[in-house]
Design a binder for this molecule. Structure first.
Ligand code: FAD
Length: 394
């Protein structure tokens, strides 16, 4: 590391260009997505200010489980997730943040034929898209992963391109690298967004007029844009997670029938579920876990991973994810000079290194991601919040 606040990421000097020279950009939100975009924009010579209403990674990113994989059945999703994994691996290290390689297993029980079929189909699609994923029955899974109880498993998918990290540390690293590349970081600065011309208004009323504004404000993105007269089809929803002591070295696992996930954690293991399939208010939601959350999860966890029986709960919490009508994110230009990145359905952290890079590329004049074009919706659509971790994606 060259200085306490300026990590050198594993990119060569050749990666830095002046493509963004003369371009002034305000990035609203120093979560994983905004910090990555700020880094990529600043690395290309853009004059970047990264604003956060609180501190770096103070919202969803700081509450995320840090599970990362490229096990997506859809080709574009897999490509983006794979690009993100490559960057996690390249940027991680002793002086930046840890990235721990760990296989990802998702499974369905014998009495759950629909989900078992969905897993088999997903694995086929993944293999078609060159994702390292394969199918295992319960016996084979038990031989490979001694920690898992497997006698009731119909089928599992196993993905090799996977691992976990500390989301807050990744994001702090990218924000620091952005400032190292010339960006200005303004924390404790809740801004408002205005359009035509694109600008942000600081709390003291000062107006910062720029060439482009990127709104990567997580669950607050919709309200922020609504104040600027722009509607997006996104709804925040609440999810919960916990850390407990207990013995788990591998794998990361999503029990689709039991509706929970878990991964190894330096303090034991991290597990989550408890999605509320209704719109939450970012200003009013309960940031603590429900009183019965840990107890409800405990029986299902212990069933699947007997070694975590009698674990002591270290902490539990809630945070907000963001849903869209088609469960694909909204990433791209809403209008001239006004860009958005939100709606990641609980998979925003693992994709942030690639999404930040791609939205930076679009702001610099490159092409966007057509499938994620935020204007594919009018913004006034009626839709239900559907949990991110489900199996019925194509
Ligand atoms: C419990 C839980 C577990 C999760 N687990 C995973 C996981 O394992 N893997 C995964 O991929 N995803 C996971 N997610 C989802 C993931 O957290 C999000 O998709 C991702 O962090 C979104 O990043 P972001 O940068 O878009 O938003 P955020 O991290 O929410 O960042 C937005 C930032 O904008 C700032 N902001 C808001 N309004 C303003 C304003 N007016 N002015 C200035 N700044 C503003 C906020 O303070 C915040 O720091 C999980 C989420 C939760 C809650």
């Amino acid at each position: 590391m060259s200085g306490a606040d300026e990590p050198e990421l594993a990119v060569g000097a050749d990666a830095f260009t002046e493509r963004g020279a003369g371009l002034e950009v305000a990035v609203v939100g120093a979560g994983a997505v905004g910090a990555t975009a700020a880094y990529d924009l600043a690395s290309e010579g853009a004059d970047v200010t990264l604003y956060d209403r609180e501190s770096v990674a103070s919202d969803a990113t700081g509450r995320a489980a840090g599970i990362c994989y490229d096990a997506f059945a859809d080709g574009l999703d897999a490509e983006i997730a794979n690009g993100a994994l490559e960057r996690f691996r390249a940027f991680s290290g002793d002086d930046t943040f840890p990235f721990v390689e760990c296989p990802y297993v998702w499974l369905a029980r014998e009495d759950d034929a629909d989900r078992a079929d969905a897993i088999r189909e997903q694995v086929r699609h993944m293999q078609d898209n060159d994702v390292v994923a394969f199918e295992m029955d319960g016996d084979a899974l038990g031989e490979r992963f001694a920690a898992l109880r497997t006698d009731d498993i119909a089928v599992a998918g196993v993905a090799g391109g996977a691992g976990y990290t500390d989301p807050a540390r990744y994001t702090a690293c990218l924000a620091a690298a952005a400032t190292g590349a010339g960006a200005t970081l303004e924390t404790d600065t809740p801004v408002e967004v205005r359009t035509d011309p694109p600008r942000v208004v600081r709390p003291d009323g000062a107006v910062h007029e720029v060439d482009a504004v990127l709104v990567a404000a997580g669950s607050r993105t919709k309200a922020l844009l609504a104040d600027a007269g722009l509607s997006i089809a996104m709804k925040p929803y609440r999810v919960q997670a916990l850390v407990a002591d207990g013995d788990l070295a591998e794998p990361m696992c999503y029990d689709a029938t039991g509706d929970f996930y878990l991964r190894p954690h330096p303090d034991g293991f991290l597990a989550g579920d408890g999605t509320e399939e209704r719109e939450a208010d970012p200003d009013a939601y309960d940031r603590g876990a429900d009183p019965n959350f840990a107890a409800d999860l405990s029986e299902r966890l212990t069933h699947r991973v007997p070694t975590v029986a009698d674990s002591d709960l270290e902490r539990a919490w809630a945070g907000l994810c963001t849903a869209t009508p088609d469960r694909d994110p909204l990433v791209g230009a809403l209008e001239d000079g006004l860009y958005v990145a939100t709606g990641f359905q609980g998979h925003g952290f693992m994709r942030a290194p690639a999404i930040g890079e791609r939205i930076a590329e679009e702001i610099l004049g490159g092409s966007g991601i057509d499938a994620f074009d935020p204007t594919r919706f009018d913004g006034d659509e009626t839709f239900d919040v559907v949990e991110g971790m489900t199996l019925d994606r194509d």
